[in-house]
Design a protein around this ligand. Structure first.
Ligand SMILES: Cc1cc2nc3c(=O)[nH]c(=O)nc-3n(C[C@H](O)[C@H](O)[C@H](O)COP(=O)(O)O)c2cc1C
Length: 196
């Protein structure tokens, strides 16, 4: 697929259905995402792939943590939303290695204060390449943030190193919802060009 078509095709698809997952295919996507720029090339982004029982574990954990915090009138909607993720093929858990950030801060004290922001900029690009990689292979996905509610439980389940901070969850699978068009801002409001 042409790059520009891929960029336009990527959407947040939250109601999923399962398709077979080739773990090597997903690993290939992560290998591609490793090419994103990184502050001083420290490479802070990490990913864990959860499929099958592990994927179910992620979304049952989310459900168990979120339901007690959900207002009664929103219960049905919230349960349906989480069921839409759980019905997918797998979830990529995206982490930031805080140890790598600390190493960077010690190495470059002049920029120490900016490092957490730089790290998140890398993570954003890492997530985006993963998302496009999934779309290129015919999957649909979305970007979710049930952290920090689920951090401890997933850390135990997946032996997550202590320094890794959960940043997002990317549930993926086949789309099981209609895809609405998206309004974009007027280009003149977001872009200016100067020659002098
Ligand atoms: C930093 C960031 C955080 C987001 N967090 C969530 C989230 O927690 N849950 C969710 O359903 N979508 C989340 N989104 C997706 C946006 O809602 C979505 O990208 C936006 O509405 C545009 O729609 P599109 O992705 O279909 O183009 C997030 C997007 C970004 C960039």
């Amino acid at each position: 697929m042409e790059f520009r078509d891929l960029v336009k095709k990527r959407r947040s698809i939250r109601t999923l259905q399962a398709a077979d997952v080739d773990k090597e295919d997903i690993k290939d996507i992560i290998k591609l995402a490793q090419y994103v720029p990184s502050p001083m090339n420290i490479q802070v982004a990490r990913a864990i792939l959860a499929t099958d029982k592990a994927h179910i574990k992620v979304w049952e954990t989310v459900l168990a943590k979120v339901i007690p915090l959900t207002k009664k009138e929103n219960l049905m909607r919230t349960k349906q939303k989480i069921a839409g993720f759980k019905a997918g093929s797998g979830t990529l858990l995206i982490y930031l290695d805080k140890g790598a950030v600390t190493t960077l801060q010690q190495k470059y004290p002049l920029y120490a204060e900016n490092m957490p922001q730089y790290a998140l900029e890398e993570i954003g690009m890492f997530q985006y390449v993963i998302w496009l990689g999934l779309v290129e292979r015919g999957y649909s996905a979305s970007l979710q943030h049930y952290n920090p509610l689920i951090d401890d439980e997933l850390a135990k389940a997946f032996h997550v190193p202590r320094d890794w901070q959960l940043i997002s969850q990317i549930p993926f699978g086949l789309a099981n919802e209609a895809i609405n068009s998206r309004n974009l801002m007027d280009i003149d409001l977001i872009f200016k060009a100067f020659s002098e």
